[in-house]
Structures are given as C-alpha cells and as structure tokens.
Design a protein around this ligand. Structure first.
Ligand code: ZN
Length: 441
C-alpha cells in the first residue's frame, strides 16, 4: 500500500515536471501570477550616438554599468522625428507604417501642416499600423504617453489611456519641467498602476539644430540630459521600482553640421522651373518630395538628376530599396535627398539651422543611442549596433504581449536579456536567433 502511494507520488512529480517543461517549450510563463514588469521608454530627441564621448556623462555611464549599452543604433530613413518614433512604436520601416514625414500634406490642395499640428491629425498616424500603446491596451495593459510623438492621435477609434500633449509654444529645454514630468510618470506607475509609459524630451535636438552638434551649447545640453537621467534613475529607486521596472533610454536620430557652402537650391537650377511642379515639400532639411505637373515628370527629373553633386534625385520606383522608404502611396513621384551636411532649399532660403538630420541613415552622424537596464536586462553589457525597427519586438517581449506584424526581430536584442542564458533559453530562444542576419525578412 505504502509503496503504491510512493509510486503515485513519483508519477505525480514526473507529470508536474513534464507540464513545466511543456510550458517552457511553448513560451508560457512558469508562474501564472502577475510577473509582468513595468516598462518606461524614454526618448531624448536627436541624441547622436557619440554625444557622450566629448562630455562627462556620469549618470549615463552608471546606467551602462548597471545594464546594456548598444555601441549605436541605426534609425530608419528618413531620419526625421515623427517617422523614426513611429518605427520605434510599431517595429515597421517608414514605408510600411506610412508616417513618411514630420509634416502632414495634401498634394491635391497643396496644404501642409508643421510638426506640432501634424501630431493632432489622426489620419496621418492611423494608417493601418497600431502603435504599441493600443496593442498593449487591447491585451489588458494600461499605458501612457508624455509628449511622445504619435501619442496625440486616435488609432482605430482608440487612444492611449493617459496622455499629455505639449502646448504649441512649449519650451522643450526646461530642466525643472523635465523633473516634474518624471515625477508625474512615477506617480502613473505607482498610483495608477500603469504598465507602459513612453516619455519624450525635445532635447538635445533643439539645441543641436540651433547651435550645431559640435557646439558648446550642445555639450551643455547633454550634461543637462545626463543630470536628468540621474534624477530618473534615483526616482525609480526611491519609488521602490528597481526590480519591477525596465527602463529603455533611446532616441530617434543623430545630428549633422550643416554645410553652408555650395548649397543645394532648386530655384535657379538650369532647365528647372517651379512652373512644372504641382506640389513640393522641400526646405525641410535634406529631404525633398516633388509632384511634377501632368506630363512634366521626365523634364523635371532630367533637369535635377545631375544638377548638384550632393543632390540625389530618384523616381519613386527607383529609390534604393535599402532605405525601405519610397514604397508607400504617400511618397511623391520624385524623391530627393542631400548628402550629409547638405540641406535642400526651394524657392527662397528659409533654412538657417546649424545642425540638421534627415540624412542617409547609414551616415554615422545619423546614428543614435540605445541604453537599457532593469530586471530583464543583463548588467555591464555593451552590444553591437542594430536597427531601431527591432526595438518594438523587445518592448512587446518585455511587456509580455503579442506583437502586431512588424519588420523587426527579437533576435537583434535577445542576447541583452537575462533569460537568454541558462536552461530557460533552450526553450524560449527565438527560432531564428542563431542566424547571424542583421535584419529579419
Ligand atoms: Zn527628432
């Protein structure tokens, strides 16, 4: 009798082990009770990958020792704020999510809206791709956006649970307000029990534009950013969230010094006339979108294609595939871009920034940062560069939600995670993790 009970118990234990292993194999969490960690995604706009190399950044350095630092991160093309942030939020290349420019425009009416107003045009953002806020909310999580690009739009009738939208004349460089924003985010996590918050800072982008990326003013601003990182990390500790919150600090693109000699100016180029253009979107950094009038495409193309050694002019269908940019109905028949440092002027000169972005995402000065720490991440690990379209898959993994279809892969970031080592990884490793491809198909 006793022996029979013992066998039964052994069998029971064996079955339990098998169930646990099966659970591992399917990726199901072993502990069913809430083990989900919270996640804070922070973007410091226009933080170039090497901005920490010519100023002291003790707080970013401490974060790197406590977590993961990528050597750099490659943004998608076109390296503009809204398009790049939406790639972070959707995991898609820009041609696949459709937020192809900071400015909403209508080629029929000629209307254009600046960056700030475009934040409020839901139809510009809600274009078939769901940002992670909405996906997470549909799976039972609570989320928020503080000034984050894309956070002001409505997606398929749904909005982010809590949002803050800056005013039209918002001062993006007020350090006191930065700390108040961090305090508010801490309150959201601890009092409102939010799972995911995306927090945006408009610097060091603004200072990089105004004074140039090599200026003393930019260095001062990076020191301010670093102080803010220190305040943020301290706040997380003071709120007892060191072991319950994962923190990612990243950005959308880098910054390049504008070259003021031999500038690209469309007006005055031989055989080119704005009379042949129905719609143009230029005077926005190095990027240009042109819709020639009916029958004028070849004429305009021929006039511009060899007009300036630093100007690249493509018919939409011939735009290099590596950019993953032009295959979208919102892209005009002609697409232009300038080499690093060269912005495109149209009818009259209205661009006077000393720093600019929007350039080729392979140019080193367009590369940006990726840092992470928290319970999910290994410590003191520097990883090789990866494309920012892969961040979305990581966010979904950290939040334990099922992603929407996307262009990235968890393989790009899997090795940052503590779970990538040990027994668990045998069962949970992403299927293509062992391929050394930089980019998912
Ligand atoms: Zn930006």
């Amino acid at each position: 009798m006793e022996l029979r009970w013992q066998r039964a118990l052994e069998m029971f234990a064996f079955l339990g082990l098998m169930v646990s292993l099966l659970a591992l194999g399917t990726g199901a969490p072993i502990q069913e009770t809430s083990t989900r960690k919270k996640l804070l995604l922070v973007s410091f706009d226009g933080f170039r990958w090497n901005y920490d190399q010519d100023v002291d950044t003790p707080n970013l350095d401490a974060m790197a020792r406590a977590g993961v630092k990528a050597r750099y991160m490659t943004p998608p093309f076109v390296t503009q704020t809204s398009p790049c942030h939406f790639s972070l939020l959707t995991g898609k290349y820009i041609e696949n999510h459709g937020v192809i420019h900071n400015m909403w425009f209508n080629t029929s009416t000629g209307q254009k809206l600046p960056y700030y107003n475009t934040q409020g045009v839901s139809s510009w953002w809600d274009n078939g791709s769901l940002p992670i806020w909405i996906t997470a909310q549909r799976q039972g999580l609570k989320t928020a956006s503080l000034f984050f690009p894309g956070g002001n739009a409505t997606y398929q009738g749904e909005q982010v649970n809590i949002k803050r939208v800056e005013g039209l004349f918002h001062k993006y460089n007020n350090e006191t307000e930065w700390r108040q924003n961090i305090d508010l985010v801490m309150k959201w996590f601890t009092k409102e029990n939010l799972d995911f918050v995306a927090l945006y800072f408009g610097e060091p982008d603004s200072t990089g534009h105004k004074y140039g990326p090599e200026s003393e003013q930019r260095k001062e601003m990076v020191i301010q950013v670093d102080r803010t990182v220190g305040y943020l990390r301290q706040s997380i500790g003071e709120h007892g969230m060191d072991s319950t919150l994962n923190l990612i600090i990243t950005s959308d693109h880098g910054m390049e010094t504008v070259i003021k000699q031999d500038e690209i100016q469309l007006r005055g180029m031989a055989n080119f006339s704005f009379q042949d253009i129905q719609f143009e979107l230029v005077d926005y950094g190095p990027q240009g979108l042109l819709l020639p009038k009916p029958g004028k495409l070849e004429k305009v193309y021929e006039a511009l294609k060899d007009a300036h050694p630093k100007l690249h002019v493509y018919k939409k269908e011939e735009f290099p595939e590596r950019f993953h940019y032009a295959n979208n109905t919102r892209i005009t028949p002609l697409v232009l871009y300038g080499d690093p440092g060269y912005v495109i002027h149209g009818r009259i000169k209205v661009q006077f920034n000393k720093g600019e972005h929007g350039f080729d995402n392979e140019a080193m000065n367009m590369k940006t940062i990726f840092r992470a720490e928290g319970p999910a991440f290994k410590r003191d690990l520097q990883v090789e560069p990866f494309d920012s379209v892969n961040v979305y898959a990581l966010l979904c993994e950290l939040l334990e939600i099922t992603p929407e279809p996307h262009d990235g892969s968890l393989n790009a970031t899997w090795h940052m995670l503590r779970k990538s080592t040990g027994l668990v990884s045998l069962f949970n490793t992403p299927s293509q993790c062992f391929k050394r491809t930089g980019r998912a198909a």
